[in-house]
Design a protein around this ligand. Structure first.
Ligand code: MRU
Length: 345
């Protein structure tokens, strides 16, 4: 199994697999500065909550690396360091992994610039390696918690290797089921407007020869009523203390339909996606993106180009629709206010 790694830091460059181009083109872009990293998160060359966090950590490292000449001037250095931190933090508001990872790297301190850089590089690498390991553990816990035997699973968006440091969260569970000979079929929602399901989930599963079937988002209710689906597994961008979960727009509708048909609905996410500072999903900022994402499919307008559009990138699934939250430390069940706290590192 290949399970792609979508970014790597090498020889002073952050190399990214450009997810805007997949699956038609496999293009790697090379980033030298924190500004380029920030732009690549904003324009979604890299996307998916854990991958955004990892790349922001590398972006911070690249930014600090360019500050050698002002390191001894504490006031000037702090001014520039804050500018880097603020630029990277302003890229996407919903995925809490971004803020979590930036906090991790900004807590690194050393008196000597060379040691500071080397500690920062170590921290960015640790965040990346921990994420990869968490995904494997999520896969194992998920495979044990989902209905037993050979099963078919529906997923939404892309919570795969491409959205993490490798292997994936929701797709980590699907990969583990496949490795254990238990996956009958993975069903992938198209996930309009940006089609992360059709472009990314389908591509990465097919690269690994994992059976996948694509459906239009509008077919999810029908599919869940058909008896073909044993469980739903999705990723998350931010999980509140009570278990309310922000994930790609459309997740909420899938959760409602799953509830209606008594199909277990699981969220798979590392603990870095948990936001214990908020008590419920009402406090999650939902990113609103460009109207053209809805007006166009790819580069082509499919409606009247001047039509008014509403384009929230995420929605919040209330915790009462969620059967379990699969993390690297185990699976939380309702009531989440208690069970999530117990899984905390
Ligand atoms: O807008 P995106 O593509 O960054 O949104 C991605 C999702 O919603 C994923 O499901 C989520 O980030 C989890 S990725 C492991």
């Amino acid at each position: 199994m290949k399970s792609i790694i979508p970014f790597k830091y090498e020889n002073g460059l952050l190399k990214l697999l450009d997810q805007r181009k997949l699956p038609l083109q496999t293009v790697w872009i090379e980033l030298k500065t924190y500004k380029e990293v920030a732009l690549s998160i904003e324009n979604m060359a890299v996307r998916g909550a854990p991958a955004i966090g990892c790349c922001a950590a590398w972006g911070y490292f690249l930014g600090i690396k360019s500050l050698g000449s002002v390191f001894s001037d504490k006031i000037e250095f702090e001014k520039k360091r804050k500018k880097i931190f603020n630029r990277l933090s302003s890229t996407r508001p919903t995925a809490v992994n971004l803020f979590w990872a930036l906090e991790q790297v900004s807590n690194v301190m050393e008196d000597d610039f060379e040691s500071y850089l080397s500690s920062l590089e170590k921290k960015a690498l640790e965040i990346e390696e921990d994420d990869r390991k968490s995904c494997r553990d999520i896969g194992k816990h998920g495979a044990l918690s989902l209905p037993q035997g050979e099963i078919s699973v529906l997923t939404h968006c892309n919570a795969g290797a491409l959205a993490t440091a490798g292997y994936g969260t929701a797709l980590g569970v699907i990969r583990t089921l496949h490795e254990n000979g238990r996956l009958k079929m993975a069903y992938a929602d198209d996930t309009r407007p940006r089609q992360q399901g059709a472009r990314l989930t389908v591509w990465e599963l097919m690269e690994d020869n994992i059976p996948v079937t694509l459906l239009a988002d509008t077919a999810a209710g029908w599919l869940l009523s058909s008896g073909k689906i044993d469980a739903v597994v999705v990723g998350a961008d931010r999980i509140a203390s009570n278990g309310d979960t922000a994930n790609k727009i459309g997740t909420y509708m899938v959760a409602l339909a799953a509830k209606m048909h008594n199909i277990p609905f699981f969220v798979a996410a590392p603990l870095s996606t948990l936001d214990f500072s908020i008590s419920s999903g009402d406090e999650i900022e939902i990113e609103v993106r460009s109207p053209d994402e809805v007006r166009k499919v790819g580069d082509i307008y499919r409606t009247v180009p001047t039509v008014a559009v509403i384009n929230p990138a995420f929605d919040v699934t209330p915790s009462e629709l969620i059967t379990g939250i699969i993390t690297e430390n185990g699976v939380a069940h309702p009531p989440y206010t208690d069970s999530l706290k117990l899984l905390r590192k």
